[in-house]
Design a protein around this ligand. Structure first.
Ligand SMILES: Nc1ncnc2c1ncn2[C@@H]1O[C@H](COP(=O)(O)OP(=O)(O)OP(=O)(O)O)[C@@H](O)[C@H]1O
Length: 852
């Protein structure tokens, strides 16, 4: 046992003088630090104290004003924020401009190299369906994989933080032992009425308090810093993988990245979450809350496990010297017994944490939806309905959390009983051994009287008691960390599933699914693992050759079922100047073609060739206009930044000219200039938003543009002007629309839903539409008579559900236009009145039958 005398260094006069000198030096340093440089300057400049105070007050006021300024209402910041980031001309790095406390901080971001993702791919095999998760072998391998990202280098910043953290943990344990020993000395001096020793002991007590409190504060600080460092590393890694040019964010949203199909096999009992549980939920919840929780739990776990473990080792070794071999054996028997009981009593905390995270995500998604679509909900007066949906999500979460609390009652009781009471009882028993059986002690020979003996027993008792209490505390924390570990396993499985999904999406890896038995033999099974089409980017035309239009099905159930075929095979080639209008009934697959061309959906078979994105290439304008966060200028140039715009030599004057062409020239003046930042989706009207989309098209000057119903809310005259302007710029239009009036800006017409093979009961299978479609085909083939079209119905080639017509002369176009309008009217009439006529016919037949 280390001698407690070591705590009492000799107090010679020289030592006291040195100490005084040290204190004076410390005070001098503190005073010099507290005096601001401005103060000394003020004194030096011989300015009066009053004016110095006034200057200080002004400075404080200025600082306060700056702190109150937020990035959105400070003109100076708005001007600076025109550049969201500045690309590095020499490499892929960017310098982000981040508003922080009234200033702009520059943060250099280097993208995660593609080689690193390639190296990590094998670390993240996807979760298998129904895979059991908990504190098991799989958990350790998942944690190791995630740690490769969170803790990328053994010599990096995280390693330094960890080393410092470990250092302070050791210091705390050493200080705890010193405090326990000092405690015994103080009580001993008190019992033996040694006033001087008692006062000295108190002095040391305070001397130890200072480093102890500093150590505790540093441990907490370093733990949080470590958690933040983990989170930063993981967040950057995930951002780079989630938002890359493979469109993983879109595919993940579709549910394609979720854990593969397969019925859940879990019994819901102890043993951990299931793979499906770990994979459920939106990316926002996974990347924000779940990731933060994982990092906090991971950083805390090191302290929560490492420190008590160290404590237990050191305290046990300290105690073992005082308790003798029998006591030490008893101590270890106690540990073993405790671990066994708590193992039996621990519920599936990992699964509970994963389920809670999923339910939190669902609740959060509900709130997000209302925030996003508030106007639509308000128009429908759907508040009550949304409230019911939200309340249900919250109730589910509440019930789960409540159930977790309930499960924790017996566990908490067992834990408390074992750690607080059982351990204390064992401690008393062990402490009594050296006192009741002095022969077991370490051979120390006591030469003093009875009082000295009592004093020493008291010292030994108090020291050992404190060590045992600390030991119980360490044991308790170690046991708690067992629960923390279980919870960490839940968070780990969620973060891992996100990373594994993103890696799989990034590399197009999907687990093959068996063909469903219920699928008719003639029907294709579209499994994501069976995507085999070829894609060539960079062509100067647009080509779809033998490509099926299939909507991929997301989620585990969707993967099992396979994608939904919308068009069996599509052949379409668009060369420069071949403006193509795509029409067809709702839901037939018009937008789906655009999705395939934009590579949002896979090319299951066949060949797709298209130009690259951007200037001189291809540009997509989606059905729903999207307005980004940023300035008015950012809306026109999206997704470019101002820096990119300038680097291409584009100017605000050019943007003003573009706005002129979409009839939005008034916007900069109305909104207060190009730099104005607003929530644009709420500021602009439906038509204005769509015109802004066309402005983007004019800004990006592509060779091909796929326009998906992007002018449906724009008046026909302005729409026409915009189409003409696009064509005059040399843009080849591929327009998806229901408006026959747009035909005049195109020279080819692709009609979808011209199918005789539509499944019974599908929206394409009404008799009236079959005949009308045949009439349309007739027109497309240049036949002027609808009747001859009806006659030719039988001779049509085996339809794939589409028909491409070349409208090469003006007369044909006008004829088609006219007949199209008429057919639309007929369709309307047939749609609304045929049912009524059929009903009346039935009635007449019934009446006639009755009369016969
Ligand atoms: N992510 C998806 N997963 C599965 N099915 C989808 C998905 N997106 C769309 N679909 C389905 O694919 C079909 C075609 O959709 P698409 O958006 O291409 O229709 P559309 O012809 O453009 O219709 P509209 O004229 O109404 O815009 C629809 O039945 C739709 O429900």
């Amino acid at each position: 046992m280390s001698s407690p005398r070591a705590l009492y260094p000799p107090t010679s006069p020289g030592f006291t003088r040195r100490r005084q000198a040290l204190i004076v030096a410390l005070i001098a340093v503190a005073l010099s630090r507290s005096a601001a440089p401005d103060a000394s300057k003020a004194v030096l400049d011989a300015i009066s104290l009053r004016s110095w105070r006034e200057a200080k007050a002004k400075e404080r006021e200025e600082r306060r004003r700056k702190l109150l300024e937020t990035p959105l209402n400070t003109p100076a910041l708005e001007r600076k924020m025109v550049d969201l980031y500045i690309p590095d001309p020499a490499g892929p790095s960017r310098t982000l401009l981040v508003p922080h406390r009234g200033r702009i901080s520059r943060v250099r971001i280097t993208p995660t190299p593609a080689e690193l993702y390639a190296q990590h791919l094998s670390l993240f095999p996807p979760l298998r369906p129904g895979e059991k998760l908990g504190v098991n072998k799989r958990f350790w391998s998942m944690l190791a994989a995630v740690l490769r990202v969170a803790f990328p280098s053994k010599t990096g910043k995280e390693a330094l933080l960890l080393a410092l953290h470990t250092f302070f943990l050791v210091v705390r344990t050493v200080l705890s032992v010193m405090v326990a020993r000092l405690d015994g000395r103080i009580v001993r001096d008190l019992v033996s009425a040694n006033g001087k020793g008692f006062i000295r002991g108190l002095g040391w007590w305070f001397a130890l308090a200072l480093p102890s409190t500093y150590t505790n504060a540093m441990i907490r600080f370093l733990e949080r810093k470590l958690a933040l460092a983990f989170r930063t590393n993981l967040t950057r890694y995930i951002h780079d993988l989630y938002l890359n040019d493979k469109l993983n964010y879109y595919k993940f949203g579709l549910g394609l990245g979720a854990v593969s199909a397969g019925p859940p096999t879990g019994d819901g009992k102890k043993g951990g979450a299931e793979a499906s549980e770990a994979a459920a939920g939106g990316a926002d919840q996974l990347i924000t809350t779940d990731l933060a929780r994982f990092c906090d739990a991971l950083a805390a776990l090191y302290g929560n496990m490492g420190k008590p473990f160290l404590d237990m080792v050191i305290f046990t070794s300290q105690l073992a010297a005082g308790l003798g071999p029998l006591g030490t054996i008893g101590l270890f028997a106690n540990y073993g017994f405790t671990a066994w009981i708590l193992r039996k009593a621990t519920p599936a905390f990992g699964k509970m944490a994963a389920v809670e995270a999923r339910l939190e995500g669902e609740y959060r998604a509900g709130l997000g939806r209302i925030g996003r679509d508030g106007e639509e909900v308000a128009f429908y007066n759907g508040g009550a309905r949304e409230k019911a949906i939200l309340t249900e999500a919250y109730q589910k979460l509440k019930h789960h959390v409540h159930a977790v609390f309930k499960v924790r009652i017996p566990y908490g009781m067992t834990e408390d009983f074992v750690i607080k009471y059982l351990w204390s009882a064992v401690g008393y028993g062990l402490m009594s051994i050296p006192i009741l059986f002095p022969a077991q002690r370490d051979g120390e020979v006591r030469t003093g009287g009875l009082q000295d003996e009592v004093a020493h027993r008291t010292e030994s008792y108090v020291s050992n008691r404190r060590l045992l209490l600390s030991l119980a505390d360490a044991g308790g924390r170690l046991m708690y960390s067992g629960k923390d570990l279980a919870e960490l396993s839940g968070y780990t499985s969620r973060v891992y599933s996100l990373l594994a999904s993103l890696h799989a999406l990034d590399n197009g890896i999907y687990q093959p699914n068996p063909r469903p038995e219920t699928l008719p033999p003639q029907q294709e099974f579209y499994d994501m693992a069976g995507v085999a089409g070829r894609v060539i980017l960079g062509a100067d035309h647009l080509l779809l050759k033998g490509v099926p239009v299939v909507a991929p099905a997301g989620g585990a159930a969707g993967a099992e079922r396979g994608g939904e075929e919308l068009i069996r095979i599509l052949d379409l080639r668009v060369e420069k100047g071949q403006h193509t209008l795509i029409t067809g009934p709702n839901g037939v697959g018009k937008t789906s073609i655009a999705r395939i061309v934009a590579q949002l959906w896979p090319v299951w078979s066949g060949l797709m060739e298209r130009p690259l994105h951007g200037e001189g290439g291809i540009f997509f304008l989606p059905q729903r206009p999207y307005l980004s966060i940023g300035s008015l200028r950012d809306q026109v140039i999206y997704p470019h930044t101002y820096a990119e715009m300038k680097s291409r030599g584009r100017t605000d004057a050019e943007l003003a000219d573009i706005l002129e062409h979409v009839h939005l020239a008034y916007l900069p003046a109305r909104e207060g200039g190009w730099e104005t930042r607003k929530e644009w989706k709420d500021v602009l009207s439906g038509g204005e938003k769509q015109r802004m989309g066309m402005a983007r098209l004019f800004y990006h000057r592509p060779a091909y543009a796929i326009l998906d119903e992007c002018t449906s809310a724009v008046s026909s005259d302005v729409e026409g002007l915009m189409y003409e302007h696009a064509k005059s710029m040399g843009v080849t239009l591929v327009t998806i629309s229901h408006r026959p009036s747009l035909l005049k800006y195109h020279n080819r017409h692709l009609r979808l839903g011209e199918s005789q093979t539509a499944a019974p009961g599908s929206p394409l299978a009404s008799t009236s539409s079959l005949n009308l479609n045949a009439m349309r085909m007739g027109m497309g083939l240049g036949m002027s008579s609808a009747l001859s079209a009806l006659d030719s119905e039988q001779q049509l080639p085996q339809s794939q559900g589409w028909q491409l017509t070349v409208l090469d002369d003006k007369a044909t176009k006008e004829e088609v236009l006219e007949l199209d309008g008429e057919l639309e009217r007929l369709e309307r009439v047939l749609g609304t009145e045929v049912g009524e006529w059929e009903r009346r016919l039935g009635e007449i037949n019934e009446e006639l039958k009755g009369k016969k």
